[in-house]
Design a binder for this molecule. Sequence first.
Ligand code: SF4
Length: 356
Amino acid sequence: MLDQQKFSAKLLTWFKQERAHVPVPGRGQKDPYAVLVAEIMLQQTQVSTVWPYYRRWMETFPSISILAQAQLDQVLKIWEGLGYYSRARNLHKAAAYIMQEYAGELPRTAKKLIQIPGVGPYTAAAVASLAYNETVPLIDGNVLRVVSRLQQITEYISRAKTKAKILKDLKALISGEEPGLFNQSLMDLGRVICTPKAPKCHACPVSSMCQAYAAGDMLDYPVKPRKAPIPHYNIVIGLIQKSGEVLIQKRPANGLLGGLWEFPGGKIKVGESEGDALLREIKEETGLDVNIGEKIGSISHAYTHFKISMSAYYCIWKTGNPEIHAATENRWVAQKALNDYAFPKANLKILDLIAS
Ligand code: SF4
């Protein structure tokens, strides 16, 4: 077990000297709403990617009450391109809940924060410790990596039991006086020093206390089960044109890319041509008959659990009115108005092809 005082002192001294001046969205703030937004945006996402989104969000929705009153479409538009859209939907739901239960003011303890829709143990502990200085530890991927190396943890890091043990150890380690700064420092140590593939142990403030460093086997931790290969799908979509307008469809609110708009289309079956797949998918999703026109182009995109190659074609409407099947809404919009709608990244890449 690590010496609490020595570990805390080394970590906090390093952070104050080396890192405190480096801006990270929401960090160093005492506004709990700003911390909540930033911490949710920072999950699975690089700091440099988050900055423009965070600024735009705080300008558009500067308070919980303004966010609660906003339309979900506007919320998704501001989030467009940041990925993991359930985070945006949950923030919107959280704002309504906080207005109703707490008159717009975030509760001050992790125990109460975790009851808010979409707020998990990490976010609750981050807001409670960073904004309100509650002595509650947190774990994210960076913290897990650091601790697994410090203590040479040989159990799978993704197991609930392993995480519970790490959390228990951190409870004994966290600084009682500066818990927010302790959490921030540990996350930062993992992000910039104890990196996944090339830890900078020579610059690490706690290297003298690190078991993996002493053994020289840092890269063996954290221990993870072997990953299954990521599936790949071929997709084809159509920009169906009718009287100067294009058909877009809204995805169901829950699930992957929920609430976003997209062009009709879908997976190409084995042995099927792009044209046949497109006619079939458009018929299944909209009930429309179309003629396929010029090919716009193809793009590739990687989601978390699968990759796609997507081809897009202009299509000319022939007959029928769009029906509702998997989508929740159909809308004909002028091509120049497409920018007003929130689309998944793959559809945005197709729109970039058209614009270039
Ligand atoms: S000494 Fe190296 S492996 Fe250990 S915590 Fe520091 S950076 Fe990570």
